[in-house]
Design a protein around this ligand. Structure first.
Ligand SMILES: [Fe+2]
Length: 446
């Protein structure tokens, strides 16, 4: 029978003994009145709930730090039939507003959704309240819809969210946009027919910081400190002071007047040449890329709209496919994707795709074959319109047949912040070789 409780992961348990600078011997001594046996690396993966809880108490960590997690699958395939079973109607503003369908994702991930837009064209769709999670949304057809983004309607907040009707290029299905945190949005039909969207909503990287990591006091102070200011400049000022440098001294060293530097920190419109910021960062030995002002492409409601005509202009050959870009923003570099056309009737096992992100593929037309290889085996699966696959990062895969797909990737399997850490890690290949299953202790005598 499968165990209903969590199981200790030997490597994580060893790592936390190392972090706490303690030993199994010490731990057993501390627990001698609570357990009538000794914990060893040989038996730790078979312990009961009580033992796991007193070990985690003793190490002063939550049990999830030392227990096994469900391993992430290589891929998940859901057929159209299976996706259709997740359909649920949503009533909003007194009418049947949407049907939602969930696309496949690993357990615990934020999942993208497919929506039928049901609000009739005569009715102004009632806005939602927006959400913290950023998203890319694609108009999937078969008909145009309207998208609304604010109470007041203007060219940025009321758009016809169009579908490409040209048979030659309609594998580039429709328009798309990047939606930042808390951007309100809602949709209605633009015709008497059905319109659909894929809302590729992903995990917010600041969710845990803003909800859990900071105390109420710290959070309120962060809000107050940055009020009316640019966060990159506020964080630079704090970085300078956290490293024990005075802003006044640094201004002098960077050949700036203190008035100018304070103006830069306090006034969002005040500009100074980035060479001064780079100089300051070099003095305090911090990475200037974190603190430089960034230019973002976005409109008045914060979204970045990408018309399907722009997608068509971006059509290019990529490996054995033709692809065309969809909306994406530097504000959230992990969210990106492209339309794909597959035209390869050769009977072969093709693994020409390999990404540093996990991806969803939604089949938008035709009949395709997905090929995936893992260390254990090679697999091929037939795909039809409406099927969807999630593929983990660093997985060799490819498609043959005749058809088209929408591909969208996100950072839930490996994020750009993870990549930043990977590139900063000393002797990364040595670290990669050692880290999994590492049972070395921190250097004490056994
Ligand atoms: Fe949304």
């Amino acid at each position: 029978m499968e165990k209903s409780h969590a199981t200790i992961d030997k490597t994580k348990f060893n790592r936390w003994l190392n972090i706490r600078k303690t030993t199994l011997k010490e731990l057993n001594l501390k627990l001698k009145n609570k357990l009538n046996y000794q914990i060893t690396f040989g038996n730790c993966e078979k312990l009961d709930e009580y033992a796991i809880s007193i070990i985690s108490n003793c190490l002063d960590i939550s049990i999830t730090k030392i227990t096994k997690h469900r391993s992430v699958p290589i891929f998940i395939l859901k057929t159209k039939k299976e996706i259709d079973k997740t359909k649920r109607p949503i009533i909003k503003d007194g009418i049947h507003f949407y049907n939602y369908y969930t696309l496949p994702t690993p357990k615990g991930y934020v999942a993208p959704v497919l929506l039928d837009i049901m609000c009739p064209k005569e009715k102004l769709p009632k806005l939602n309240n927006g959400h913290l999670e950023p998203a890319i949304t694609i108009s999937m057809g078969p008909n145009d819809i309207y998208a609304r983004f604010s109470e007041k309607l203007n060219k940025d907040s009321w758009v016809k969210f169009k579908i490409n009707k040209d048979k030659k290029t309609n594998w580039v299905v429709g328009s798309s946009y990047y939606e930042p945190s808390f951007c309100k949005h809602s949709y209605s039909r633009a015709t008497n027919g059905l319109g659909r969207i894929i809302s590729y909503t992903t995990k917010s990287n600041i969710e845990s910081l803003l909800n859990d990591k900071l105390s109420e006091n710290s959070f309120k102070n962060l809000v107050k400190t940055n009020k009316g200011k640019n966060i990159n400049r506020t964080l630079l000022k704090l970085e300078i002071e956290s490293k024990g440098f005075s802003v006044k001294d640094l201004a002098k060293k960077a050949k700036l007047s203190i008035k100018k530097l304070n103006g830069y920190f306090n006034n969002t419109k005040y500009i100074i040449d980035k060479k001064h910021i780079i100089k300051i960062c070099n003095i305090i030995n911090s990475d200037p890329n974190l603190f430089l002002d960034k230019k973002q492409k976005e409109d008045k409601v914060g979204k970045l709209y990408f018309d399907f005509k722009e997608s068509i202009k971006s059509i290019r050959k990529f490996k054995s496919y033709q692809v065309a870009s969809i909306a994406n923003s530097k504000r959230f570099p992990d969210l990106s994707g492209y339309f794909m056309k597959v035209s390869n009737k050769k009977k072969l096992f093709l693994n020409d795709l390999f990404d540093s992100k996990c991806s969803h593929y939604f089949v938008t037309g035709g009949k395709l074959k997905l090929h995936i290889s893992s260390q254990e085996k090679k697999m091929s699966k037939n795909l039809e319109k409406g099927d969807c696959i999630w593929v983990s990062s660093f997985t060799y895969h490819g498609f043959t047949g005749q058809g088209s797909l929408l591909k969208i990737s996100d950072g839930q399997n490996i994020s750009y912040l993870d990549k930043e850490d990977l590139t900063n890690t000393y002797n990364i290949n040595g670290v990669l070789n050692r880290v999994r299953g590492d049972m070395q202790n921190w250097g004490h005598d056994e």
